[in-house]
Design a binder for this molecule. Sequence first.
Ligand code: ARG
Length: 412
Amino acid sequence: APTRVAVRAAHLVDTKAGTVRDNPVVIIEGDHITEVRYDGQVPAGVKVIDLGSATLLPGLIDCHVHLTGDPNEVKGDYYEAVLKRSSIDSAILSPTYAKRTLDAGFTTVRNLGAGDYVDVALRDAINRGDIPGPRMLVSGPPLGATGGHADGTTGFSPWIEFHGIDGVADGVDAIRHRVRENVKHGADVIKYMASAGVLSAEASVGAPQYSQEEMNAIVDEAHRWGKKVAAHAHGAEAIKMAIRAGTDSIEHSSLIDDEGLKLAKQHGTYLDFDVYNDDYILSEYAKKGFPASTIDKEKLVGRLQRENFQRAVKAGEKMAFGTDAGVYPHGWNAKQFAIMSKWGMTPMQAIQAATVNAADLLGMTGKVGQVAPGYYADLVAVNGDPLKDVSQLEHVAFVMKGGDVDRNDIKR
Ligand code: ARG
């Protein structure tokens, strides 16, 4: 029989009920939780991990990361970083980013976009136990229109030949084929670019880049294969088109209007707002040598995105935690909590966005996002009170994934 372990702490955040309970003891067998009791008692013969006065939470979930890249790879010369590196360089660095993410308390992530299926290889290496890292759902190369946000060759001379597997596909037939290719090569989820973006060469930041017919085809095809769909969308029109197509989550959601908020509610669409990014891009990207056009585009969406985040919270939208980490450094994921609470969420709402809501969006309810019997033993603990100050989650001091302790720096 697998050995039983008990994790004891002073408090536990019940993410489903939205309450905090005292004297929790979490009993773990192998990789999952078998019992949660609130009498502080550890059954005889069970090994105890005593976290003293700390507060326990389920492992955190980030619904939007890119573990195959990090802004610190760009050291003053953007084009050097872009033109002198391949996916092999990304593959070499990605385990480091995966470990940083796990160490920060994020035990599950959804990786929304990577060239050459580096994300699939990373996920598989973690699942085999070859390297440490969070549970990963991955998309493979994101679908997008020629010249759009997923087309990394935009802006370069037409004489340069680029190699590698990307997600560029135009027209319904090519799109259906491209979705099937991603499913074939191991994608758990389908990502597509509904609108233009910030960190790409096209002039617009929010204009639709697929027709309604094309978006409908992506979602129809993905759902037939049992895969959920995430759409990158900044602009109001592209957001509405993506929602009408049946997309499961809108990423960025920056310029969503009242009609978009209404549509999202009608369709049960999740909205993910990466509201920390603006701070990092505006303070660091110019120094790192990113093109001025990128920083100018950021200024068009950053502030409005936060205002619209607040409107979405007030409107009672379904919201999950997605940071787009990789745009800012891995391991800093939790910095977004403070922005979410500054712009209208209670700490509990922000925690729920990164636990129960995220699990629902990922189709992983029953496995992650709660501390409850049958769930994976994915736990984090903090010394401070995250319900008073949600930025305490930037200082996670204990991380367990699937019953294995990743780190334990709880002061006792
Ligand atoms: N990956 C996104 C893009 O390039 C990043 C947007 C970051 N800006 C923001 N305000 N959230 O479009």
